[in-house]
Design a protein around this ligand. Structure first.
Ligand SMILES: Cc1cc2nc3c(=O)[nH]c(=O)nc-3n(C[C@H](O)[C@H](O)[C@H](O)COP(=O)(O)OP(=O)(O)OC[C@H]3O[C@@H](n4cnc5c(N)ncnc54)[C@H](O)[C@@H]3O)c2cc1C
Length: 397
């Protein structure tokens, strides 16, 4: 039966779910707070059979391959630019790697004709009427939906409205991450560089055919708090925390203020005993995010497939929600565990210890083991075959 479904958030999880729901014939609206599709962000890697299967089912694997970053290995370097350890591309980039912004664009292009996107708006209130959810929006509009899905990230608005304040569920790792685009001052070709000092690390990843780099700044928070919607305050925090850092950091940091895009957040994990309630479900970072660990986008895409598939299988949404949670729980926990080391990897307390550790881990058999462990996390689910969707993808390419 066709349902009216509202999704909050148009990044990765939201459009991935919109794709499946529209193909199952539902009437889908996606509301996104930003005025347009948000670009930018780090590279996202897909690894293992589960990711590949879902991307193939969505018909986007080849398109993702066409947008591969093509990044080479990551070199951990010292202040003089000398190599300390080299991490191969297979470890840092998985089987296929794409920039988050490019992936968001692909998903949006696949769904913009079959889902109704409302940019520059946000849900103001949710009222469970029993047989539907009444929704008011900040724009003043109001409507009624059968289901509402929060795919609105770490600081989820739907989670706050339906489950309670963020402080109950978001566990801060003690680190922050920022990513911005800057000119390729060091003329990097394919290889990425990571320079770290105790508790702060700055990595450069070439993008845009080598004309720009993604600058990634990771640092120990040490109590820093900043409004996640105040970009200038966030930039100032980065400037303060990386002040005085050696290597080429200072000119690179100056590019922060004119960056074409900028992303900053705490590295946090969302821990919830349940991510569905009544007619509301959470998807992706909103329900089980881990920021920055290289597994979040793949997790969101797989869980979107499961949620839509369960809704197609179970006529009653309660049963679909329950099975969605049961099916994805192990995978979400495994991905969160795999992401836990991101902060200390980029911004270790002791650089020498990290160098020694990764010298050992990048030796042949250890590297295979490390790759296997990461792939084990992203494949910690047995995918079901859900009913074949009958509605075509409307967008033509
Ligand atoms: C611009 C951007 C850059 C990113 N860069 C990185 C990065 O460099 N490294 C990294 O580890 N992770 C990054 N992320 C997070 C990463 O995309 C996610 O961890 C992962 O892909 C899971 O995606 P998601 O769709 O669940 O959540 P997210 O990608 O966080 O998307 C949530 C979406 O919800 C929207 N939203 C938020 N509040 C509301 C609201 N009230 N109403 C409607 N919409 C709302 C946001 O604007 C966003 O589009 C970035 C996210 C964004 C949006």
């Amino acid at each position: 039966m066709t349902k009216r479904i509202l999704i909050s958030g148009a990044s990765i999880a939201g459009p991935a779910l919109a794709y499946w729901l529209a193909r199952y014939g539902h009437e889908v609206t996606v509301v996104e707070r930003a005025p347009e599709l948000r670009r930018g962000g780090q590279a996202i890697d897909f690894r293992g059979d589960v990711h590949r299967t879902v991307l193939e089912k969505m018909g986007i694997l080849n398109e993702i391959r066409n947008h591969e970053t093509g990044n080479g290995p990551l070199h951990m370097i010292d202040a003089e630019g000398r190599d300390l350890v080299t991490l191969p591309a297979s470890f840092t980039g998985g089987d296929v790697e794409i920039l988050r912004g490019d992936l968001a664009r692909i998903l949006y292009d696949r769904t913009r004709d079959s889902a109704n996107y409302a940019f520059g708006d946000s849900i103001a209130s949710l009222t469970d009427l029993g047989d539907a959810v009444a929704v008011t929006f900040e724009s003043g509009r109001s409507s009624v939906y059968d289901l509402v899905v929060g795919a609105d990230g770490l600081h989820s608005n739907v989670r706050r409205l339906a489950f309670g304040p963020e402080t109950q569920f978001v566990k801060h790792s003690g680190y922050h991450v920022a990513v911005f685009e800057a000119p390729n001052r060091l003329h990097l070709d394919r290889d990425a560089l990571l320079y770290s000092e105790p508790n702060r690390g700055l990595a450069l990843y070439p993008i845009a055919g080598g004309t720009s780099v993604n600058v990634m700044c990771v640092f120990k928070a040490d109590g820093a708090t900043v409004d996640h919607r105040d970009t200038d305050a966030q930039k100032q925090l980065i400037a303060d925390r990386f002040h005085g850092m050696a290597w080429h950091t200072q000119p690179i940091l100056a590019d922060l203020w004119n960056a074409p895009y900028f992303y900053h957040d705490s590295i946090s994990t969302v821990r919830m005993p349940t991510w569905t309630s009544g007619r509301v479900a959470l998807l992706g970072d909103a329900g089980y995010g881990a920021t920055c660990g290289g597994t979040g986008a793949g997790l969101a895409i797989v869980c979107a497939y499961v949620l839509a598939g369960e809704l197609a299988t179970n006529p009653a949404h309660q049963a679909a929600f329950t099975t969605y949670e049961q099916e994805t729980k192990k995978l979400t926990r495994a991905c969160q565990r795999a992401a836990a080391g991101a902060g200390p990897f980029f911004a270790p307390k002791n650089i020498h210890h990290r160098t020694l550790l990764y010298k050992t881990l990048t030796k042949g058999p250890m590297l295979n083991l490390l790759n296997k462990l990461t792939t084990k996390a992203t494949t910690a689910i047995t995918l079901k075959n859900y009913p074949t969707p009958t509605h075509p993808t409307l967008t033509t390419f």
